[in-house]
Write a protein that binds this ligand. Structure first.
Ligand code: NAD
Ligand code: ZN
Ligand code: ZN
Length: 353
């Protein structure tokens, strides 16, 4: 096992002792890499809205371990220590951590789509995550080199950018010249989803968000129309903007009853609705509930290959990742602000600040 000189016996971590509790920053034992495992020094850990769903107990899609938890599934940093037999990376190499860890042997894992595995050992959601100085990763296959990218900026690539990237890929065939894409929610995922649509398709993009600062950001990032759902009828506005046709691609980064229902009513003929947000909503599907031959699907995080593609895109300078930097000790304030919709883009916690 190779160990760097600044290895400590104890590390700082933000621990959650129960639903809706404040995080407690305390010292816990350093993770030690076993055979094939690798420990990454966390430079940046993005704060995803899914962590809010976990924090308040509204989402329990995993067999969750007992408290305390160390959340944080959007991580990047430096390879810190390699366990026996772990290879392919050098200590000190900058990496993004793919977080959707699976069994490693089923057809989805072997195909690189571990986030679809039934065995969900997602970093920070089933096993300790990146709201700490170090994270233990079960295999070097989950690491993607980031080269010269700043790990703090790269952390959101692993989810806030990866997840909309996969969702955008699902609507790409429908987004031909003259088409329109519709986005619900311009937060961490949405602000990158908008840019991905602009870079990867010729479609016009309509953005729905109840908060004025988010709609302003959408316009800044190239949205062709923004809609305030609290004062405007999203379906009528979208239909009007598209000469009655509707949007060929709809990305719902909220997933509430109201957004899903508006999504189903705003989609064009043979268009596609992709549900990404985990607000727990639903909308009826029937022969007449949507436009003819419209499709509805969900999108689960992204694959390792897609993470490498997203890293390449960021390295090309094609996307602007809006981040707010915070020391790990600000975690409770960051969660409160995320809940109020006050984060500009993505908040990234930095354990070493
Ligand atoms: P965020 O808090 O950064 O952004 C949410 C945005 O939605 C905010 O701008 C908010 O103002 C806006 N919003 C709230 N209500 C709205 C409404 N009725 N209509 C339109 N916009 C509305 O959240 P995020 O981190 O971007 O995550 C978004 C959702 O995606 C969360 O539910 C999260 O759990 C989920 N998520 C899913 C996956 C997946 O794999 N499917 C991955 C990551 C996150
Ligand atoms: Zn997430
Ligand atoms: Zn598997």
């Amino acid at each position: 096992m190779k160990i760097k000189l600044d290895w400590k016996a104890q590390m700082k971590a933000a621990q959650l002792y129960g639903y809706k509790q404040d995080y407690v920053i305390e010292e816990v034992p350093d993770p030690i890499p076993g055979p094939g495992e690798v420990v990454v020094k966390v430079l940046g850990s993005g704060v995803c809205h899914s962590d809010l769903h976990f924090w308040d107990g509204s989402m329990a899609i995993l067999p969750l371990p007992p408290f305390p938890w160390i959340l944080g599934h959007e991580n990047a940093g430096y390879v810190h220590a390699l366990g026996p037999g772990a290879s392919g990376f050098e200590v000190g190499e900058p990496v993004a951590v793919f977080g959707g860890w699976g069994c490693g042997t089923c057809k989805f894992c072997l195909g690189g789509e571990e986030q679809l595995c039934n065995v969900m050992l997602w970093s920070g959601l089933g096993v300790p995550g990146g709201y700490a100085e170090y994270i233990k990763v079960p295999s070097t296959r989950h690491l993607v080199p980031i080269g010269g990218l700043d790990p703090v900026l790269a952390a959101p690539l692993t989810d806030a950018c990866l997840t909309p990237y996969r969702a955008v890929k699902k609507v790409l065939p429908a987004l031909v010249p003259g088409s329109t894409a519709l986005i619900f929610g311009l937060g961490g995922l949405g602000h990158l989803g908008l840019q991905l649509l602009k870079k990867l398709t010729p479609a016009k993009v309509v953005v729905v968000d109840p908060l004025e600062q988010k709609r302003e950001l959408a316009l800044e990032l190239g949205a062709d129309l923004v809609i305030d759902p609290t004062s405007k009828n999203v379906v009528l506005e979208t239909r009007q903007f598209t000469n009655g046709e509707g949007a060929e691609g709809v990305l719902d980064f909220v997933g509430s009853d109201s957004t899903m229902s508006a999504a189903m009513s705003s989609v064009a003929r043979r268009g596609k609705v992709v549900i990404v947000g985990l607000a727990g909503g639903s909308a009826p599907v029937s022969f007449y509930s949507s436009s003819p031959e419209a499709e509805v699907t969900s999108s689960y995080w992204g694959s390792r290959t897609e993470l490498a593609e997203v890293v390449a895109l960021a390295q090309s300078g094609a996307i602007e990742i809006r981040i707010e930097k915070h020391p790990l000790s600000n975690i409770n304030e960051v969660f409160a602000r995320l809940q109020r919709g006050e984060i500009d883009g993505r908040a990234v916690l930095m354990p070493y600040e």
